[in-house]
Design a protein around this ligand. Structure first.
Ligand code: AMP
Length: 431
């Protein structure tokens, strides 16, 4: 088989690496890829941007690609799956309709309410329909979200009414472009966040191993939000009982509801949840693709053939499919560029990759590119070092052994990825 992976981040490096490990796969193209995918055996980068649908389709037809897997949300929201299907190409991901779960927060809130799926109470406004009285009647903090895709930056948790009103005004004024023409105002939910990722075949969902990411830039989950500074799998916050509850109250009604609404969902589906003190799994958001960096530790633990799973989903055969997981834990630590998340610096040479390759675990590339003999930084999140171990603590140790071999100017990384899970392990071990 010839497989095309669309995207250029750490998630796509992990996808390409895992797909290339399938005995059924002869060659993997990554568009546009990074320095890590370029160096992976049986993988090759193609200089086509992830949002360039016409060029991707022309390439897939010309190269007789058997299967395309889409990494990021951009091309999914643009409708790449519909376009590829119309051209007779197998392409894994939701249709444009299903991708609205990520592409429009107002659509998602309306969908969740109509199908009785737990989520924060909300109201949606355009400038014309805006009611400041609604905002003043809320108890702060107040959560304000731009409706459309805003590169993970369209959510503001306003500590006061005045800040909420100013944020809404800024969104209407175009701070997030057209993504802010509609604004969702919602109740603040307390609890512990958990990610829950499944593969869906239009009718059924197969859960992947549980995972949890760390979005804040600083240790202790402090400081500004980022795309994600690290992740681990499994996530002990998701107990077996919680797992069953999330499937029953969130995932299954979502897959059923989308099918009933005429847009059966095929692809990866990521639910960002806030688990309340009483265990209610409230949906904070859906993503129509795998998470980054959650994918890196999850795929490190996947023992099954990813291509088999993807094909089972494309063919509506997930009911008979199963995924085998390495019972060990995996911890992924993101190494970010100087200036991340505001203005990441590019072009800093990266040292120590060869030494890291000799250690157990795996360093996935994200914002990297080759410059002559060197690999240099080329984006905000540069690398994700993943270690495995019998406990989350051991996996964390292995991940930081990798991190400590790598150097580049201005490198930023957290030193505590997995700390909540490790605290749980320690508490469970106490007599
Ligand atoms: P999102 O872009 O929707 O993932 O939101 C970014 C982050 O904002 C989430 O990971 C949560 O930490 C936080 N967040 C979003 N909505 C809420 C909410 N209703 N209550 C509390 N925190 C929220």
């Amino acid at each position: 088989m010839r497989v095309l992976i669309v995207g250029s981040g750490g998630r796509e490096h992990a996808l390409a690496w895992k797909v290339a490990a399938s005995p059924r796969v002869a060659h993997v193209y990554v568009a546009p890829g990074n320095a890590g995918t370029a160096a992976e055996p049986r993988c090759e980068n193609v200089p086509i941007g992830a949002d360039d649908l016409p060029a991707l389709k022309a390439f897939a037809l010309r190269e007789r690609i058997d299967l395309t897997i889409i990494g990021p949300e951009g091309p999914l929201v643009l409708g790449i799956v519909d376009e590829f299907r119309a051209a007779g190409l197998r392409c894994f991901g939701p249709s444009r309709g299903g991708a609205r779960l990520e592409g429009s927060k107002a659509f998602t809130k309306e969908f969740l309410s109509r199908h009785g799926i737990p989520t924060a109470r909300y109201a949606r406004f355009t400038r014309a329909s805006f009611d400041p009285g609604f905002v003043r009647a809320q108890r702060p903090p107040i959560v304000v979200k731009a409706d459309g895709l805003a590169a993970g930056k369209g959510v503001v948790i306003a500590p006061t009414h005045a800040e909420a009103l100013a944020t809404i005004e800024a969104m209407f004024a175009g701070a997030f472009g057209s993504a802010g023409e509609t604004v969702v105002v919602e109740e603040f939910l307390a609890g512990e966040e958990a990610s829950f990722i499944v593969v869906a075949d239009g009718a059924r969902a197969l859960p992947l191993a549980t995972s949890q990411d760390h979005k804040r830039i600083g240790d202790g989950d402090l400081g500004p939000n980022t795309g994600g500074m690290g992740a681990y799998s499994p996530a002990p916050v998701v107990t077996a009982a919680q797992h069953a509850r999330i499937m029953r109250e969130v995932i299954e009604p979502t897959i059923r509801g989308l099918a009933a609404d005429g847009m059966p969902y095929t692809g990866f589906l990521y639910a960002g949840l806030m688990i309340a003190a009483d265990g209610t799994p409230n949906v904070i958001e859906f993503n129509c693709r795998l998470g980054d960096p959650e994918t890196q530790p999850i795929l490190m633990r996947l023992e099954s053939d990813l291509v088999d799973l993807v094909e089972a989903a494309l063919d509506g055969r997930l009911a008979a499919a199963a995924a085998r997981w390495d019972p060990r834990a995996a911890v992924g630590v993101v190494l970010a560029a100087a200036g991340y998340p505001d203005a990441p610096r590019k072009g800093d040479p990266i040292e120590g990759l060869e030494a890291a390759a000799r250690l157990p675990g795996k360093v996935f590339h994200a914002g990297t590119q080759r410059a002559g003999e060197q690999v240099v930084t080329a984006g905000g999140r540069v690398l994700c070092a993943v270690g495995c171990g019998n406990t989350v603590a051991a996996a964390q140790h292995a991940a930081y052994a990798l991190v400590d071999t790598i150097r580049f100017a201005g490198m930023q990384c957290r030193r505590d990825i997995g700390f909540r899970a490790i605290a749980r392990e320690r508490a469970a071990a106490r007599p």
